[in-house]
Design a binder for this molecule. Structure first.
Ligand code: GAL
Length: 420
């Protein structure tokens, strides 16, 4: 659990300074999260409002850094020093690891009282439970396999429709390049590279191959011709990004699309949250489509808040109220209207949501029936954090080293997948 990847270890050195212990007061709920971009901050502010209305004090513990790598590092240092926050944004298999350490609070009382079992799809509830008990509450379902586009850029470049295949994508990218603009907005962190990689693997290989390679980590799939083709496609994509991508945050890449400097971005639908926060309208100011080749599949990324064991009764009450607030219909609607995602809670009306969210909601249900609903690797849903970290490093090294051969990358990725 406490094994750090190379990048995480480096981050710890710079972040440990901000992780100094502070006492959690009764009735106060300290929430560690990494929602700091425009759309993200607006979303989390809604939870704060609800908790304050219930009479609790919200202590914001925001650790900047998209994808949450920095936040995970800071959280480890807080827990190791015996001073966990009341709640933290933790998801996927990491929930299981934290629960196995014995530090997470059992939320079954509030879950039973509020009937979480009947309010959540099984695929969501399963992630929130450890040994049959709730230890986390889901705030949303993000879809990762999206491509976003600026319609004005597409028009200028003479592109009639969103690309449905990788060939169509590259043809469109060539046109944007010819029009003097950047085809693909991309940032400079390894999680962003891994996000594009998983889109490519899904689009090139389909959901069954994705499962074999990136969820089951099957060695044969990881060294197959399909993986070779995926890496060749990834390498080609890189040539359509700009040289300024190094170190760039994801939301700044989104801004490049928004401002008409770039045509496309591959990113989960938190990118839509940026457009919404800027007053833009999906379908008009920004177009969404499933990433090429993946219209019939859905990579899910469920954000959730896990609670840590605290001694004081007031603190426990605040935690139960936080769990109830998260699962409440009011929060699930307003949070997701801002965040770009869809509610995790079943039976929610979607009439206030935009067309991209409506598509997501329908596809979430449909893909679950055809085994095409797959967990996102890059967003902590598919494999243990240590394996994800190793894969992130391996894919990012390939992305950033134009001289590395596909064969070497494939070997490195297979080795990373074998991380214990
Ligand atoms: C994802 C997370 C989203 C969003 C994004 C960028 O991993 O699930 O909620 O915050 O990272 O930070």
């Amino acid at each position: 659990m406490l094994k750090l990847t190379r990048s995480a270890a480096a981050a710890l050195l710079t972040l440990v300074a901000v992780a100094a212990p502070s006492l959690t007061l009764a009735g106060e709920v300290e929430v560690l999260h990494y929602w700091t971009s425009g759309g993200e901050a607006k979303s989390v502010a809604e939870l704060k409002k609800i908790m304050q209305a219930k009479g609790h004090t919200w202590k914001d513990f925001a650790v900047a850094g998209g994808g949450g790598d920095n936040a995970a590092t800071v959280l480890k240092s807080r827990v190791v020093s015996g001073n966990p926050p009341a709640a933290a944004q933790i998801k996927g298999p990491a929930i299981q690891e934290w629960a196995a350490e014995g530090v997470l609070a059992n939320l079954d009382t509030v879950a039973k009282a509020e009937q979480w079992d009947s309010l959540l799809p099984k695929v969501v509830a399963d992630v929130m439970k450890y040994q049959g008990s709730y230890v986390a509450a889901p705030v949303n379902v993000h879809r990762v396999n999206w491509v976003w586009a600026n319609p004005a850029v597409l028009k200028k470049a003479g592109i009639a429709a969103m690309p449905k295949t990788w060939d169509e994508f590259f043809a469109a990218a060539d046109k944007i390049k010819a029009a003097g603009l950047i085809p693909l907005a991309h940032g400079g962190q390894s999680w962003q590279d891994l996000t594009v990689f998983e889109d490519v693997v899904l689009g090139v290989g389909g959901p069954k191959f994705y499962q074999e390679a990136l969820v089951k980590l099957d060695a044969k799939a990881l060294t197959s011709d399909t993986m070779k083709k995926s890496l060749e496609t990834l390498r080609k994509l890189k040539t359509y990004t700009d040289p300024g991508a190094a170190g760039r945050d994801w939301n700044l890449a989104t801004a490049m699309v928004m401002q008409g400097k770039a045509g496309f971005q591959f990113m989960g639908d938190w990118a839509k949250g940026e457009f919404l926060a800027a007053g833009k309208v999906p379908g008009k100011d920004v177009l969404c489509a499933a990433a090429p080749g993946s219209a019939n599949a859905f990579t899910f990324n469920i954000d959730s808040i896990a609670m840590f064991k605290l001694k004081s009764a007031d603190a426990q009450k605040a935690q139960a109220d936080l769990g109830a607030a998260i699962m409440g219909a009011e929060f699930q609607e307003v949070f997701n209207l801002n965040k770009g995602s869809i509610p995790a809670r079943l039976g929610m009306k979607m009439d206030k949501f935009d067309d991209c969210a409506k598509t997501s909601s329908k596809d979430f249900v449909d893909t679950a029936k055809t085994a095409s609903l797959v967990p996102s690797l890059a967003h902590g849903m598919a494999v243990k954090p240590a394996v994800e970290g190793a894969l992130k490093d391996a894919v990012s090294q390939f992305w950033n080293d134009d001289k590395m051969t596909v064969a070497t990358a494939m070997k490195n990725i297979a080795a990373a997948a074998a991380t214990k």
